[in-house]
Design a protein around this ligand. Structure first.
Ligand SMILES: C=C(OP(=O)(O)O)C(=O)O
Ligand SMILES: [Mg+2]
Length: 543
């Protein structure tokens, strides 16, 4: 929870004058453009190195965007036609932006990243300050249309008390990175851009509420609630469990070795989701070598002796495109060849990854579990388990439940694998036909939707009947109240951004398993996400 004055993100597009330059200056302007592009790309990579983890991969992807050869050719063509370097960059990126925007809602998220890159290059060429997070010596609440990964990654939690965005959904990149940072954030709040600079707001990241000009009384109540939460956090330590001792291991979601320290600090009992695709974003042409992958995986596995580490094999496509693997144009990339489907089309990539994991775990006392994203049915689960066996991998093999079919027929999927892990971000996307990158449909991405809870329950019950485990590794697990409901639905472990672990641990430790079960039943009996949340809250607060 944060209270502070609103500062708006500097999103104004810098439009350079459309001056013409004489022919003899073409060479100089071309060189200036190239220099600015390279400097901005280097800056993004440097920011990535500073930020580490998932943010690093996102920033590096943006650096690649800046240096896209087709964009460079368009800039050169415009300079040859008499444009200044800054105008050529502005126009070339503008044309590309229109293409992206016209390509449909799916690419809308990418437009914000592209605009950010364009603004950075143009600002550099004009010699004006970079647009982005406002300069301020006083802490403030940042308000933006959407946040580019470059800005979210470097937000200084000492200055940025919290942030509010108009666009983006609860499972968009910005929200996931904010959670990793541990600052309160509210996303997809229409109209917030109209708040006057300097307005005092209270941002409650735990329930998504923003109070404008809170009264003294409201402020005091909010501060009291925040203080109570802090005290509860400080008091909760040790492994995750309900107050009557029902164990629910609390695991961390990580993007690579850089996230390990934060996970350990938060008391993670292991890793429940290692998103390996971030390792693959470095090179748009090919997969990292067996050796590079082995070394990276080993760094993570070494950090959790006697712990559990669940590695997800490459999840390329849709919101995580990889040029060398993702198929060409698809009308609906989220419904196309992605996740396990991509790997089954490129068995050599899957085989190298599994062999690297086998080599990395060699001789280590870690409990390695490997799972496939986007498993639709038993045939998918079998193809993945066969590939694991063929690679000589000694680990538990599992399937992510991200497609409703896998939840509906979870027992059949479990004939082939040893565990399930619910990816609630994609499960919501596919259950409600609501693209997770589109703010306009964020109501439907709410993991409190009773239909989603039904699918969680089906999966957890199937796992119980088969004597196997069923965790949750989507963003749903990071919501303390929902974590209690998921536990009540029979989920056996919860994996989340490290910063959420203390909150979830504290919430679980306040309730018995039976209370969690009652809250789960009440939530499932509701007719909407809001009702489900209120019903669970009422049960758990003893109303
Ligand atoms: C954990 C998940 O995977 P990702 O967010 O990486 O798609 C999910 O879909 O819930
Ligand atoms: Mg997913």
């Amino acid at each position: 929870m944060a209270i502070g004055e609103v500062r708006h993100m500097g999103t104004a597009v810098l439009e350079p004058p459309a001056d013409q330059v004489p022919g003899q200056d073409t060479e100089r302007e071309t060189a200036r453009a190239k220099q600015a592009v390279d400097a901005v790309a280097a800056d993004l990579v440097a920011r990535g190195n500073l930020a580490g983890g998932e943010a690093q991969a996102v920033l590096e992807a943006q650096a690649l965007m800046a240096q896209d050869p087709e964009l460079a050719a368009d800039v050169a063509r415009r300079v040859a036609g008499g444009s200044t370097a800054e105008r050529a960059v502005y126009d070339a990126f503008g044309a590309y932006r229109e293409l992206l925007a016209a390509a449909g809602a799916y690419l809308a998220g990418r437009v914000a990243d592209l605009d950010d890159v364009r603004n950075r290059i143009v600002a550099r060429l004009l010699g004006v300050p970079m647009p982005g997070v406002p300069d301020s010596d006083e802490p403030f609440v940042l308000v933006a249309r959407d946040l580019a990964p470059a800005d979210t990654a470097l937000l200084d939690p000492a200055l940025v008390l919290g942030f509010i965005t108009e666009e983006g959904g609860p499972t968009s990149h910005s929200a996931i990175l904010a959670r990793a940072l541990g600052v309160p954030a509210v996303v997809a709040l229409p109209g917030v851009g109209e708040l006057a600079e300097g307005t005092v707001v209270a941002v409650d990241g735990s329930n998504g509420e923003v109070t404008v000009n809170p009264s003294g009384e409201q402020r005091a109540a909010l501060a009291r609630a925040a203080e109570e939460r802090r005290a509860a956090l400080a008091a909760s330590t040790g492994p995750g469990a309900t107050s009557d001792g029902h164990k629910v291991p609390l695991l961390a979601n990580i993007g690579g070795p850089a996230d390990v320290a934060g996970a350990l600090e938060a008391g993670a009992e292991g890793v429940g989701l290692f998103r390996t695709e971030f390792l693959f974003l470095d090179d748009s042409e090919r997969a990292p070598s067996l050796e590079t992958q082995t070394a990276t995986y080993r760094q993570v596995l070494e950090a959790f002796p006697e712990g559990r580490v669940v590695v997800r094999v490459l999840d390329a496509g849709a919101d995580k495109p990889l040029a060398f693997l993702s198929p060409g144009e698809e009308p609906n990339p989220a419904l196309g060849v992605r996740g396990l489907r991509t790997l089954l089309d490129h068995p050599e990539v899957l085989d190298t990854q599994l062999k690297a994991l086998a080599a990395a775990a060699e001789g280590l006392p870690v409990y390695l579990e490997v799972m496939a994203p986007m498993v639709a049915d038993r045939a998918d689960a079998k193809a993945f388990a066969d590939a694991c066996r063929a690679a000589g991998l000694r680990a538990k093999f599992g399937a992510m439940v991200e497609i409703p079919s896998a939840a509906l027929r979870a027992r059949s999927v479990l004939q082939e694998v040893e565990f399930l892990s619910l990816g609630t971000n994609d499960l919501a996307q596919y259950t409600f036909a609501a693209d997770r990158q589109v703010g306009a449909v964020s109501r439907l991405q709410d993991p409190w939707q009773p239909a989603l809870l039904d699918l969680v329950s089906l999966s957890a019950e199937a796992a119980k009947a088969e004597g196997k485990s069923c965790g949750v590794c989507g963003e749903a697990a990071a919501d303390p109240l929902l974590a209690c409901v998921l536990t009540g639905l029979g989920v056996t472990s919860l994996s989340m951004s490290a910063s959420a672990i203390p909150y979830v641990r504290a919430a679980l430790s306040r309730h018995t398993l039976a209370q969690c079960e009652r809250a789960a039943a009440a939530a499932r009996a509701a007719e909407s996400a809001e009702e489900a949340r209120a019903a669970a809250e009422a049960v758990l607060s003893g109303e």
